[in-house]
Design a protein around this ligand. Structure first.
Ligand code: PXG
Length: 441
């Protein structure tokens, strides 16, 4: 087979993730090249990136500084083992990250994905309580419709049924808060929804059920992304923080999507003024260019574990590729690009136009709710009777054919363009969507 055949007929040797593999092979969609706001297909068709790849390419594609840093690093130091030895740039990068992190989150543990950043945070929470003599705090609390990656811990605290149901008993000692999605009261809200802070009281109920002395941590996405862009009701995160504080429970924010400027502030914790004890990040940390995850920990958590004999490993956890030199190089260049271009706050400047433009689609057929924050948008469509997800999937396929990349989850369209998007491109994106929505069955 020559390269041309291979390129046009993708082989099923590659078992594709979160993909309908057999349907894909009947009508493959391929991306061959990317620059700034666009992808190009192998045939050379331009696709406007309305999803920042998969919520990660915040500075736009193939930014020269990031490309050059990765290339130079590959020739300088391709790999360095991360256990009991280090490479200088990893320490510099951690310092740079801590400089922009929410107050008090002063320590960074590197991994290779959001899923691993989550496992790291959950394990840190358990180890922290044990180190302080509270090993009885073993329970982890997540939330319905939460997405925390695909490893066993993250799936256990996660709340998306399709990601859970095939995989047995998952972790024991896990419970869930109810989700906060309440379109009957909050549909088409501008800004944070007015109703639903009381859902935080579910944590009080779980404390009454299990006793706080058995609960290690609560993990939530400040804005739930994968499940369809669910915004926190006004006062909700503050209330969760207060209940955690009153009962010695750690609060973990999963900022894999919300981190690095997506909402208009460096992190959701900054935007909402609620600082967690642990914060998970990935995706935008390297602009998607090299896989990396990072878990930020509070000073108190770090210090609680920096005890015992000095020559003993404090946390038996880490990855072969923790702080991989290529990821560190990409991350440092990404941070510099974000800072040079003001991207950690640009979404805040664009947010009013973004919100106006997306809410302008309210009159389109099937649209039952529109939610925006920063440069994130969710457009919820009514499901076809008996066929949940079918309308969303068709919208995704039609958008791709029309030159626009979107994400869909069920019948919710999720939008999260690179933070470099122009006003004209926002208008273009909305025009394509309007076209699709008005012709969709
Ligand atoms: N936490 C959150 C909040 C995420 O959004 C992960 C953890 C896991 O990250 P990794 O790097 O292990 O994939 C994510 C990932 C979607 C979609 O359709 C979103 C993600 C992954 C796959 C699909 O929106 N987010």
């Amino acid at each position: 087979m020559n390269g041309r055949v291979l390129r046009n007929e993708p082989s099923d040797a590659f078992w594709m993730p979160f993909t309908a593999n057999r349907a894909f092979h009947k009508a493959p969609r391929l991306l061959a090249r990317a620059q700034d706001m666009h992808y190009w297909t192998p045939e050379g068709r331009a696709i406007l990136d309305g999803a920042a790849g998969l919520w990660c390419v915040n500075a736009g594609h193939a930014r020269p500084r990031i490309v050059a840093a990765i290339a130079a690093q590959a020739g300088e130091l391709d790999y360095a083992p991360p256990f009991q030895i280090g490479h200088p740039d990893a320490f510099l990068f951690a310092d740079e990250l801590v400089r922009i992190s929410p107050p008090g989150l002063d320590h960074v543990f590197f991994s290779n994905s959001g899923s691993e950043a989550v496992e790291t945070a959950l394990k840190m929470a358990l180890a922290y309580h044990r180190a302080r003599g509270e090993a009885g705090r073993f329970r982890l609390i997540g939330r319905e419709r939460g997405y925390h990656g695909v490893n066993f811990g993250g799936v256990s605290v996660g709340g998306m049924v399709n990601n859970r149901k095939a995989f047995g008993t998952l972790l024991g000692g896990v419970d869930h808060l109810r989700h906060t999605h309440d379109p009957a009261r909050n549909a088409f809200s501008r800004g944070l929804p007015a109703h639903g802070a009381e859902f935080a009281e579910d944590l009080t109920r779980l404390i009454q059920l299990h006793d706080a002395s058995t609960i290690a941590a609560v993990i939530v996405e400040p804005v739930a992304g994968s499940t369809g862009v669910l915004l926190p009701p006004q006062g909700y995160l503050e209330r969760l923080r207060a209940i955690c504080d009153a009962h010695g429970i750690l609060l973990i924010f999963d900022e894999v999507i919300t981190g690095f400027g997506r909402l208009g502030a460096p992190f959701a914790a900054d935007l909402f003024g609620v600082v967690p004890d642990l914060m998970t990040t990935a995706k935008g940390i390297t602009n998607g260019a090299v896989p990396m995850g990072a878990t930020f920990a509070s000073r108190a958590i770090y210090q609680a574990l920096m005890t015992g004999p000095e020559d003993q490993i404090e946390l038996f956890h880490g990855y072969t590729y923790s702080a991989h030199p290529l990821a560190v190089a990409a991350g440092r260049a990404t941070l510099a690009t974000y800072q040079d271009d003001g991207l950690l706050t640009r979404a805040g400047d664009l947010a009013p136009l973004w919100a106006d433009t997306l809410h302008g689609l309210r009159d389109c057929p099937h649209v039952i709710d529109i939610r925006t924050i920063g440069l994130v948008g969710g457009i919820e469509l009514a499901s076809r009777p008996g066929e949940p997800g079918a309308r969303g999937l068709e919208a995704f396929k039609r958008a791709f054919a029309a030159g626009l990349l979107i994400r869909v989850t069920g019948d919710i369209i999720a939008l999260s363009p690179p933070l470099i998007i122009t006003d004209d491109q926002i208008a273009e994106l909305a025009a394509i969507l309007r076209d699709i929505l008005t012709t969709l069955d």
